[in-house]
Design a protein around this ligand. Structure first.
Ligand code: G3H
Length: 255
Protein backbone atom coordinates (compact mmCIF):
# COMPACT_ATOMS: atom_id res chain seq x y z
CA UNK A 1 0.00 0.00 0.00
CA UNK A 2 2.83 2.39 0.83
CA UNK A 3 4.45 1.81 -2.56
CA UNK A 4 1.07 2.20 -4.23
CA UNK A 5 0.44 5.54 -2.53
CA UNK A 6 3.88 6.67 -3.55
CA UNK A 7 2.94 6.13 -7.18
CA UNK A 8 -0.54 7.67 -6.80
CA UNK A 9 -1.98 4.27 -7.71
CA UNK A 10 -4.74 4.26 -5.11
CA UNK A 11 -6.32 7.36 -6.69
CA UNK A 12 -6.04 5.79 -10.14
CA UNK A 13 -7.68 2.59 -8.88
CA UNK A 14 -10.58 4.60 -7.51
CA UNK A 15 -10.89 6.72 -10.65
CA UNK A 16 -11.01 3.71 -12.99
CA UNK A 17 -13.42 1.82 -10.71
CA UNK A 18 -15.80 4.76 -10.54
CA UNK A 19 -15.57 5.64 -14.22
CA UNK A 20 -16.22 2.10 -15.40
CA UNK A 21 -18.58 0.92 -12.65
CA UNK A 22 -16.20 -1.70 -11.27
CA UNK A 23 -16.37 -2.97 -7.70
CA UNK A 24 -12.61 -3.13 -7.40
CA UNK A 25 -9.48 -2.21 -9.35
CA UNK A 26 -6.03 -3.42 -8.33
CA UNK A 27 -3.01 -1.83 -9.99
CA UNK A 28 0.51 -3.19 -9.58
CA UNK A 29 3.43 -0.78 -10.17
CA UNK A 30 5.29 -0.89 -13.51
CA UNK A 31 4.50 -1.73 -17.12
CA UNK A 32 4.51 -5.37 -18.16
CA UNK A 33 5.31 -4.40 -21.78
CA UNK A 34 8.74 -3.31 -20.59
CA UNK A 35 9.37 -5.49 -17.54
CA UNK A 36 8.50 -9.20 -17.38
CA UNK A 37 8.40 -9.26 -13.59
CA UNK A 38 5.38 -6.94 -13.64
CA UNK A 39 3.18 -9.63 -15.25
CA UNK A 40 4.18 -11.98 -12.44
CA UNK A 41 3.19 -9.36 -9.86
CA UNK A 42 -0.15 -8.91 -11.62
CA UNK A 43 -0.62 -12.68 -11.43
CA UNK A 44 0.29 -12.64 -7.76
CA UNK A 45 -2.19 -9.83 -7.03
CA UNK A 46 -4.89 -11.81 -8.85
CA UNK A 47 -4.01 -15.05 -7.04
CA UNK A 48 -4.20 -13.23 -3.69
CA UNK A 49 -7.57 -11.69 -4.56
CA UNK A 50 -8.96 -15.04 -5.71
CA UNK A 51 -7.87 -16.69 -2.46
CA UNK A 52 -9.79 -14.01 -0.56
CA UNK A 53 -13.07 -14.53 -2.38
CA UNK A 54 -13.09 -18.34 -2.74
CA UNK A 55 -15.70 -20.18 -0.71
CA UNK A 56 -16.44 -23.89 -0.14
CA UNK A 57 -17.95 -25.52 -3.21
CA UNK A 58 -17.11 -22.61 -5.51
CA UNK A 59 -16.77 -23.27 -9.24
CA UNK A 60 -14.16 -21.07 -10.88
CA UNK A 61 -13.70 -20.76 -14.66
CA UNK A 62 -10.40 -19.54 -16.09
CA UNK A 63 -9.24 -18.58 -19.57
CA UNK A 64 -5.81 -19.13 -21.08
CA UNK A 65 -2.94 -16.78 -21.88
CA UNK A 66 0.41 -15.78 -20.46
CA UNK A 67 -1.17 -13.54 -17.81
CA UNK A 68 -3.41 -16.32 -16.50
CA UNK A 69 -0.37 -18.60 -16.53
CA UNK A 70 1.19 -16.22 -13.97
CA UNK A 71 -1.98 -16.37 -11.88
CA UNK A 72 -1.58 -20.15 -11.76
CA UNK A 73 2.20 -19.97 -11.19
CA UNK A 74 1.89 -17.57 -8.26
CA UNK A 75 -1.16 -19.23 -6.65
CA UNK A 76 -0.05 -20.34 -3.17
CA UNK A 77 -0.44 -24.06 -2.41
CA UNK A 78 -3.02 -25.42 0.03
CA UNK A 79 -5.38 -24.21 2.76
CA UNK A 80 -8.15 -23.17 0.38
CA UNK A 81 -11.84 -23.64 1.16
CA UNK A 82 -13.05 -27.20 0.49
CA UNK A 83 -14.41 -28.67 -2.71
CA UNK A 84 -13.41 -25.99 -5.15
CA UNK A 85 -13.76 -26.91 -8.81
CA UNK A 86 -11.72 -25.18 -11.51
CA UNK A 87 -12.81 -25.42 -15.14
CA UNK A 88 -11.63 -23.85 -18.39
CA UNK A 89 -13.97 -21.04 -19.45
CA UNK A 90 -13.96 -22.16 -23.08
CA UNK A 91 -12.59 -24.74 -25.47
CA UNK A 92 -9.17 -24.38 -27.08
CA UNK A 93 -8.11 -21.12 -28.64
CA UNK A 94 -5.05 -22.29 -30.52
CA UNK A 95 -2.53 -21.69 -27.82
CA UNK A 96 0.52 -23.62 -26.69
CA UNK A 97 -0.32 -26.20 -24.06
CA UNK A 98 1.32 -24.19 -21.23
CA UNK A 99 -1.05 -21.29 -21.75
CA UNK A 100 -4.21 -23.23 -22.50
CA UNK A 101 -7.16 -22.74 -20.18
CA UNK A 102 -7.24 -26.51 -19.46
CA UNK A 103 -3.65 -26.49 -18.20
CA UNK A 104 -4.15 -23.36 -16.12
CA UNK A 105 -7.36 -24.78 -14.59
CA UNK A 106 -5.54 -27.99 -13.64
CA UNK A 107 -2.57 -26.17 -12.06
CA UNK A 108 -4.81 -23.86 -10.00
CA UNK A 109 -7.06 -26.75 -8.88
CA UNK A 110 -4.08 -28.81 -7.72
CA UNK A 111 -2.62 -25.90 -5.78
CA UNK A 112 -5.96 -25.21 -4.09
CA UNK A 113 -6.38 -28.96 -3.47
CA UNK A 114 -9.60 -28.83 -5.42
CA UNK A 115 -10.76 -30.71 -8.49
CA UNK A 116 -10.70 -29.78 -12.13
CA UNK A 117 -12.55 -30.82 -15.23
CA UNK A 118 -11.14 -30.37 -18.71
CA UNK A 119 -12.91 -29.39 -21.90
CA UNK A 120 -11.33 -30.91 -24.99
CA UNK A 121 -12.47 -29.00 -28.02
CA UNK A 122 -10.02 -28.96 -30.93
CA UNK A 123 -9.33 -25.66 -32.60
CA UNK A 124 -10.75 -24.32 -35.78
CA UNK A 125 -13.66 -26.73 -35.84
CA UNK A 126 -16.47 -25.81 -38.17
CA UNK A 127 -19.68 -24.57 -36.55
CA UNK A 128 -21.52 -27.80 -37.42
CA UNK A 129 -18.84 -29.91 -35.72
CA UNK A 130 -19.03 -27.77 -32.57
CA UNK A 131 -22.80 -28.11 -32.55
CA UNK A 132 -22.45 -31.87 -32.84
CA UNK A 133 -19.91 -32.01 -30.00
CA UNK A 134 -22.30 -29.99 -27.86
CA UNK A 135 -24.87 -32.80 -28.08
CA UNK A 136 -22.53 -35.27 -26.32
CA UNK A 137 -23.86 -35.94 -22.81
CA UNK A 138 -20.50 -35.59 -21.05
CA UNK A 139 -19.68 -32.35 -22.83
CA UNK A 140 -23.20 -31.06 -22.23
CA UNK A 141 -22.85 -31.57 -18.47
CA UNK A 142 -19.43 -29.99 -18.40
CA UNK A 143 -20.53 -26.96 -20.41
CA UNK A 144 -23.49 -26.53 -18.03
CA UNK A 145 -21.09 -26.63 -15.07
CA UNK A 146 -18.80 -24.08 -16.75
CA UNK A 147 -21.72 -21.76 -17.43
CA UNK A 148 -22.81 -22.04 -13.78
CA UNK A 149 -19.41 -20.84 -12.52
CA UNK A 150 -19.40 -18.53 -9.49
CA UNK A 151 -16.15 -16.84 -10.48
CA UNK A 152 -14.64 -16.16 -13.90
CA UNK A 153 -11.02 -15.07 -14.23
CA UNK A 154 -10.12 -14.02 -17.75
CA UNK A 155 -7.35 -12.40 -19.75
CA UNK A 156 -7.76 -9.74 -22.41
CA UNK A 157 -5.94 -9.72 -25.73
CA UNK A 158 -5.30 -7.14 -28.44
CA UNK A 159 -7.65 -7.99 -31.31
CA UNK A 160 -4.93 -7.91 -33.95
CA UNK A 161 -2.44 -9.98 -32.00
CA UNK A 162 -5.07 -12.52 -31.05
CA UNK A 163 -6.38 -12.87 -34.58
CA UNK A 164 -2.84 -13.38 -35.88
CA UNK A 165 -1.93 -15.88 -33.18
CA UNK A 166 -5.09 -17.87 -33.90
CA UNK A 167 -3.87 -18.40 -37.44
CA UNK A 168 -6.38 -16.11 -39.19
CA UNK A 169 -5.29 -15.11 -42.70
CA UNK A 170 -4.01 -11.51 -43.11
CA UNK A 171 -7.27 -10.71 -44.93
CA UNK A 172 -9.36 -12.04 -42.05
CA UNK A 173 -7.35 -10.01 -39.55
CA UNK A 174 -7.68 -6.84 -41.62
CA UNK A 175 -11.42 -7.37 -41.96
CA UNK A 176 -11.76 -7.79 -38.21
CA UNK A 177 -9.78 -4.60 -37.56
CA UNK A 178 -11.68 -2.64 -40.19
CA UNK A 179 -14.90 -3.72 -38.46
CA UNK A 180 -13.56 -1.96 -35.38
CA UNK A 181 -12.26 -4.87 -33.27
CA UNK A 182 -9.90 -3.60 -30.55
CA UNK A 183 -9.93 -6.18 -27.77
CA UNK A 184 -10.70 -9.86 -27.22
CA UNK A 185 -11.89 -11.77 -24.20
CA UNK A 186 -13.40 -15.27 -23.76
CA UNK A 187 -14.02 -15.70 -27.48
CA UNK A 188 -15.56 -12.33 -28.31
CA UNK A 189 -13.99 -9.42 -30.17
CA UNK A 190 -14.97 -6.01 -28.80
CA UNK A 191 -15.02 -2.56 -30.47
CA UNK A 192 -13.83 0.60 -28.66
CA UNK A 193 -17.38 1.36 -27.48
CA UNK A 194 -17.73 -2.12 -25.95
CA UNK A 195 -19.96 -3.55 -28.66
CA UNK A 196 -19.33 -7.05 -30.03
CA UNK A 197 -17.68 -7.28 -33.45
CA UNK A 198 -17.29 -11.05 -33.78
CA UNK A 199 -17.65 -14.28 -31.83
CA UNK A 200 -15.15 -17.13 -32.06
CA UNK A 201 -16.92 -20.47 -32.36
CA UNK A 202 -16.25 -22.78 -29.46
CA UNK A 203 -17.94 -24.26 -26.41
CA UNK A 204 -18.14 -22.76 -22.94
CA UNK A 205 -18.84 -19.37 -21.46
CA UNK A 206 -20.33 -16.71 -23.67
CA UNK A 207 -21.15 -13.12 -22.96
CA UNK A 208 -24.75 -13.82 -22.02
CA UNK A 209 -23.61 -16.24 -19.27
CA UNK A 210 -21.67 -13.51 -17.49
CA UNK A 211 -24.69 -11.97 -15.82
CA UNK A 212 -25.14 -15.22 -13.86
CA UNK A 213 -21.54 -15.26 -12.63
CA UNK A 214 -21.24 -13.30 -9.41
CA UNK A 215 -17.60 -12.28 -9.74
CA UNK A 216 -16.01 -11.61 -13.13
CA UNK A 217 -12.33 -10.72 -12.87
CA UNK A 218 -10.23 -9.39 -15.76
CA UNK A 219 -6.45 -9.70 -15.41
CA UNK A 220 -4.55 -7.81 -18.10
CA UNK A 221 -1.84 -5.18 -18.27
CA UNK A 222 0.81 -3.47 -20.35
CA UNK A 223 0.39 -0.03 -21.92
CA UNK A 224 -0.14 -1.58 -25.36
CA UNK A 225 -3.23 -3.39 -24.10
CA UNK A 226 -4.96 -0.31 -22.63
CA UNK A 227 -7.42 0.22 -25.51
CA UNK A 228 -8.19 -3.51 -25.63
CA UNK A 229 -8.85 -3.60 -21.88
CA UNK A 230 -11.09 -0.55 -22.08
CA UNK A 231 -13.07 -2.04 -25.01
CA UNK A 232 -13.87 -5.17 -22.96
CA UNK A 233 -14.67 -3.24 -19.77
CA UNK A 234 -17.04 -0.94 -21.66
CA UNK A 235 -19.26 -3.94 -22.26
CA UNK A 236 -20.01 -3.70 -18.52
CA UNK A 237 -19.71 -7.31 -17.41
CA UNK A 238 -16.61 -7.15 -15.23
CA UNK A 239 -16.64 -6.66 -11.48
CA UNK A 240 -12.89 -6.52 -10.89
CA UNK A 241 -9.89 -5.36 -12.93
CA UNK A 242 -6.37 -6.39 -11.98
CA UNK A 243 -3.87 -4.51 -14.10
CA UNK A 244 -0.52 -2.69 -14.07
CA UNK A 245 0.45 0.95 -13.95
CA UNK A 246 1.35 1.05 -17.66
CA UNK A 247 -2.15 0.03 -18.73
CA UNK A 248 -3.88 1.96 -15.93
CA UNK A 249 -2.29 5.32 -16.84
CA UNK A 250 -3.23 4.86 -20.49
CA UNK A 251 -6.77 3.73 -19.61
CA UNK A 252 -7.14 6.85 -17.44
CA UNK A 253 -6.10 9.00 -20.39
CA UNK A 254 -8.55 7.21 -22.71
CA UNK A 255 -11.61 7.28 -20.43
O1 G3H B 1 -7.71 -13.86 -23.85
C1 G3H B 1 -6.79 -13.09 -24.02
C2 G3H B 1 -5.42 -13.42 -24.33
O2 G3H B 1 -5.24 -14.75 -24.59
C3 G3H B 1 -4.52 -12.90 -23.27
O3 G3H B 1 -3.26 -13.36 -23.50
O4 G3H B 1 -2.31 -12.91 -21.26
O5 G3H B 1 -0.97 -13.90 -23.08
O6 G3H B 1 -1.64 -11.52 -23.19
P1 G3H B 1 -1.98 -12.87 -22.70
Amino acid sequence: EFIKNLHGLVETEEFIAQSLGLKKVIIVPGNSDKDGTVKKEMGRAAARFIREILFPGAVMAVTGGTTLREVAATMPVGNAPHEITVVPARGGLGEDVEVQANTIAAIIAKKLRGTYRLLHVPDNLKEEAIRLLATDQHIKELVAEIKSADILVHGIGNARELSESRGDSPEETEELISQGAVGEAFGHYFAADGSIVKNIHSLGIRLRDLRNISTVIAVAGGEKKAAAILSVLKNNHEDVLITDQGAANKITALI
